[in-house]
Structures are given as C-alpha cells and as structure tokens.
Design a protein around this ligand. Structure first.
Ligand code: GTB
Length: 214
C-alpha cells in the first residue's frame, strides 16, 4: 500500500512550502516512493480521527500498512532507513548523518521557530522590537556556527543525505529574513537543496494545491 501523508488544506504560507509536510514529501520524492496527500482543515486537525494519528493535532503524519507516524524528522528518518539514497551505508557515516538530522531539528530549528512565532504572534507587543533583535542575534549565532561547519562543502557530511534535506527545510523558514545573506555558502547550500529535482517536484505539488485554493 502506498503511504499517505497529511498536510494543511490551506497552508498559511500560501504555497511557499514552509510547513513541515514539505520535508516528508521531498523525502518521498527523493526515494521515488509514490504517495497520497490528505489535506486537512484546522478543524479536522483537532478532530478525534486525526488526534488518533497525531497526539498534538498537527501535520504532518505518515501512514503505511498500519504504521502511523508523526514528527516530520522521524518520518524522514523512517523513509531514509527503508529506501536507498538518503543515508550512507557505512555505519559511522550513517550515525553522523543521523546526528546532523537531529541537530537540524533540536539545535538549529528552535531559535528559528521562536523568531517566526514572535513575528506571527507578538508583533503588536511594546517589547517586540527588542525581543526580535534578541531572537535575530540567536539565529545569527547558530547560522555562523553552521556556516563554519559547512565551510565550502557541498553537503553537511559527504553525499546529500536526510540530514541535508531536513536542514535545508529548516533554513528555508528564514527566506525573506535576510539572515542567511551574511553567509553566502549557507545561502548557496539552501539553493542547492531547492534545485534538487525531488525538491522541485514536491514544491510544485504543494504549490499547485495552494494556487487551486487561492
Ligand atoms: N515537531 C513537529 C514536526 O516536525 O512534525 C511540529 C509539527 C508542526 O508544527 N505542525 C504545524 C501544525 O500542524 C504545521 S508546520 N500546526 C497546526 C497546529 O498546531 O494546530 C509549522 C508551520 C506552519 C505554517 C508555516 N507557514 O505558514 O509558513 C510554517 C510552518
């Protein structure tokens, strides 16, 4: 049975592919796994049927042959472990790739999400400008560390892996912020991810829906 993934019926990003189903759909495209996408309204996210899939009532989820998963990075890892091409075969390189996948969501993403939430929910607060400056500094510090590791490398550790896929998906949330501009190699790294044919296919699929619903 082909897997199905859940996504927003109407993503607030209006087709920019910033919601977390994008990484899952990109991973499925990378490994050539056909899949279905079930689009859910916000009300459906909180309904019992979806809460049975996702305890926090969010997207994305992944379902195949009775296995139901949530957490986008865990889903990407699951896909990478079951298909060739997204994780190195050699044990130590594989462990390093999984480490970077965790680093993307556990170390790089939190300040980026915090900043997005501040922009979305706190823009009217009297302390917003001060807080935003602090969050920008936190994001910039992480980016500098990441850029230092990346150097002039094409990908984080050898060949493109699930870690790069998740890291690029995380960094894309900074598009339009100007924060990536301080690190040309990091901006080029994101662009390389976005140029991969699998990314282009996944992006076009979610954009087609956004445009239909606009
Ligand atoms: N850690 C979880 C994962 O990685 O899967 C987080 C899942 C999550 O945050 N899901 C969000 C969701 O379902 C959508 S992706 N939210 C609804 C809710 O909680 O009720 C976050 C997101 C949403 C919108 C944009 N955007 O419009 O730019 C970007 C990212």
């Amino acid at each position: 049975m082909e897997p199905f993934v859940t996504a927003f019926a109407n993503s607030p990003d209006r087709g920019r592919g910033l919601a977390r189903d994008m990484a899952v759909r990109w991973a499925l495209e990378e490994v050539g796994q056909p899949h279905a996408v079930h689009r859910l309204t916000f009300a459906e996210l909180k309904a019992p049927e979806h809460l049975a899939r996702h305890p926090f009532g969010q997207i994305p989820t992944y379902e195949q042959n009775g296995l139901v998963l949530f957490e986008s990075a865990a889903i990407v890892l699951h896909i990478a472990e079951r298909h060739g091409g997204l994780l190195p075969a050699e044990a130590q390189a594989r462990a390093r790739a999984i480490t970077w996948l965790f680093a993307a969501v556990a170390t790089v993403e939190p300040p980026i999400v915090e900043r997005s939430m501040a922009l979305l929910l706190e823009a009217d607060k009297p302390w917003h400008a001060e807080r935003l400056a602090m969050l920008n500094a936190r994001v910039a510090a992480r980016l500098a560390q990441l850029a230092h590791h990346l150097g002039e490398k094409t990908w984080l550790d050898g060949a493109f892996s699930a870690a790069d896929l998740v890291m690029v998906a995380v960094l894309r949330r900074l598009s339009g912020s100007g924060l990536l501009d301080a690190h040309a190699p990091l901006a080029a790294y994101v662009a390389r991810g976005e140029q991969r044919p699998a990314f282009v296919r996944a992006f076009a699929a979610q954009q087609a829906v956004a445009q239909r619903n606009a």
